[in-house]
Design a protein around this ligand. Structure first.
Ligand code: ARG
Length: 580
């Protein structure tokens, strides 16, 4: 798709090319430094060198030779030393941007670059019979944001929740339940109870080998399809899925598939055999299957000596299944940093087996979460926070913010806004910076109405909506269509121009976020837009603008900004309140 800034860049390139003074391959344009009054620059160093000129001389000659066409987005060309600086025409830009936002609405910023390509995203992926803790929240939030971004870029996106629903630990879970009975109730309470039973059983099994044997026996029975084992396992899977769904609903998360590790069980013998046949693995004296790729990566197992399979084995089967089923161009694994080696080994093994040669395999790693005292969250430390509790806490705290920002809202609406703002603040905290960095649960910063936070951006959105509502209620006569076409020409105040340029950058931000697997590029855009908006509110009165035409023009700008912000926040998975 082509947006205003794309056309601007094309026109700049075409203008340079049309002088006949610079060969095509040497035309490179970049963003000028922030203090330069220009929108694109051509640094002439390389070209001048090739042409045997000095750079200021070339820049000067080009500035002389270029005369932008009358309908061009390029307003002016000036040489500044070795740079050739191009400025946007604010009036044409404003007409183009308003038209694009108004025409595309919720699709503004989208693209078709992904058409015909599939991306598989492996995200959330919590473990069955365990509460979903904040370690999975990062995967869930970052994964869903990437999902939304790739969809918006026109890709066919397949989201897969790679549930940890298989492995030795279920033998112990089942043994504990058989011994002490199924916990009553449902939801996260029941999960917490299962977790407790598991811990108790594990503790006792350390003292009493008979308990250990019992758990192993159940594990085997589960693998062999014993009806009791299967039934209890299925009960735990369903319970977990139902409990997690409640969190997903609050986070606006929708994952296409829940294949889970168990789904791959029947494929594992084939995978192990193939690895042996292809000589990327061997069977050791004890009977275990060891992968040795003959490179610097540590060896790892596909099968234990007791014939049990591993997380790794299931991930190989999963990858092969995905290649076969979805024919993706990319597979993204949104999983914490500690599994970095696991994925390096996985990708290397699959490639050594001759698969995924032209498929991009990417581990999107993320850092840890620290509490407000700077301590990493951990069960052992006793400061672990579970997702549902975290969201409830966020809701409660956001309620106070809403109370402060809008004491006059009806109670039910305050509650709804607190949910949008509270959950939004948790999600935004996860998305506003590079995922590899650790994040801190610093509620004061997360819920601040000023600064780089969800509430600030959501509040700025709500202000747009409030102005638009007031304008609609005042029922001022709308300008005739002819005048409407001239409105963009009125938006020439520096704060208006800055805001329009910011709106024009959304499509580029979305593309960059996709290319770098970096939702924070969109988060940055949202924040910068909210700031440009507050500059505009400070300097330009909308409802009391000097003339009806200017008022109408500014209302169009406010409506376009609200739409673009909604699109940006939506890509991050955040909702925006109508009032706040
Ligand atoms: N269930 C795993 C965990 O909680 C994460 C799974 C990630 N995805 C994968 N394909 N290995 O650690």
């Amino acid at each position: 798709m082509e947006y205003a800034l794309d056309r601007f860049e094309q026109q700049v390139r075409a203008a340079i090319a049309a002088t006949g003074q610079v060969p095509d391959g040497l035309i490179e344009v970049t963003a000028p430094k922030p203090n330069i009054p220009a929108d694109l620059a051509f640094p002439t160093f390389k070209a001048a060198k090739q042409l045997g000129m000095n750079p200021p001389q070339l820049a000067g000659a080009l500035a002389q030779a270029i005369h932008p066409a009358a309908d061009s987005l390029v307003a002016s060309v000036v040489a500044a030393g070795p740079f050739l600086n191009f400025a946007l025409d604010p009036v044409r830009l404003s007409a183009a941007v308003l038209e694009e936002v108004e025409k595309l609405g919720p699709r503004y910023g989208s693209d078709d670059q992904g058409a015909g390509k599939t991306v598989v995203i492996d995200y959330s992926s919590p473990n069955v019979a365990k509460l979903m803790h904040v370690g999975h929240i990062r995967s869930t939030i970052i994964g869903q944001a990437l999902y939304n971004i790739f969809r918006f870029l026109g890709y066919n996106v397949v989201g897969d929740n790679h549930l940890g629903d298989w492995g030795k630990q279920f033998g112990m879970n089942i043994a504990a339940i058989v011994r002490w009975g199924k916990p009553a109730g449902d939801g996260e309470d029941a999960l917490a109870q299962i977790d407790k039973l598991y811990a108790q059983y594990a503790r006792m099994a350390k003292e009493d080998p008979a308990l250990d044997d019992e758990a192993r026996a159940w594990s085997l029975k589960l693998e062999q399809g014993d009806p009791t084992a299967r039934e209890l396992w299925q009960w735990m899977v369903d319970l977990t899925l139902t409990a997690n769904q409640h969190n997903y609903d609050r986070l606006g998360v929708h994952i296409d598939h829940n294949y889970g590790e168990s789904f791959y069980e029947p494929m594992l013998p084939g995978v192990i055999q193939e690895a042996l046949d292809k000589k990327v693995a061997y069977r050791d004296e004890g009977g275990a299957v060891v992968v040795d790729l003959g490179n610097s990566l540590p060896t790892f197992l596909l099968q234990r000596s007791d014939s049990g399979t591993l997380y790794h084995t299931r991930d190989v089967a999963t990858l092969l299944f995905r290649l076969n089923e979805f024919h993706p161009a990319q597979i993204l694994y949104v999983v914490g940093m500690p599994q970095e080696l696991h994925f390096r080994q996985l990708f290397a093994l699959v490639r050594a087996m001759g698969y995924a040669e032209d498929v991009e395999l990417e581990h999107i790693k993320f850092g840890t979460i620290f509490d407000q005292h700077g301590q990493p969250l951990s069960t052992r430390r006793g400061n672990m926070i579970y997702l549902a509790d975290l969201l409830n806490d966020a809701h409660q705290r956001a309620r106070a913010v809403v109370e402060q920002a809008s004491p006059d809202l009806p109670a039910a609406e305050k509650d709804a806004v607190a949910e949008i703002v509270g959950v939004g603040s948790v999600m935004y905290n996860d998305l506003y910076q590079d995922p590899r960095r650790n994040i801190t649960l610093d509620w004061d910063r997360m819920l601040a109405l000023e600064g780089n936070s969800a509430p600030y951006i959501q509040y700025m959105y709500a202000r747009c909506r409030s102005i638009l509502r007031k304008a609609a209620a005042e029922d001022v006569e709308l300008p005739a269509a002819a005048l409407n076409a001239q409105l963009p020409a009125l938006l020439t105040h520096p704060a208006e121009v800055a805001l329009l340029k910011q709106l024009a950058r959304l499509p580029g931000a979305v593309r960059e976020a996709g290319a770098r697997y970096a939702p924070f590029v969109v988060a940055d855009w949202c924040y910068e837009t909210a700031r440009a908006l507050s500059g505009f509110y400070r300097d330009c009165s909308v409802l009391k603008a000097e003339t009806p035409a200017l008022r109408a023009a500014r209302l169009r700008l406010v409506a376009a900004t609200a739409q673009a912000l909604l699109n940006g926040l939506g890509l991050l998975g955040l909702r925006a309140p109508e009032r706040m």
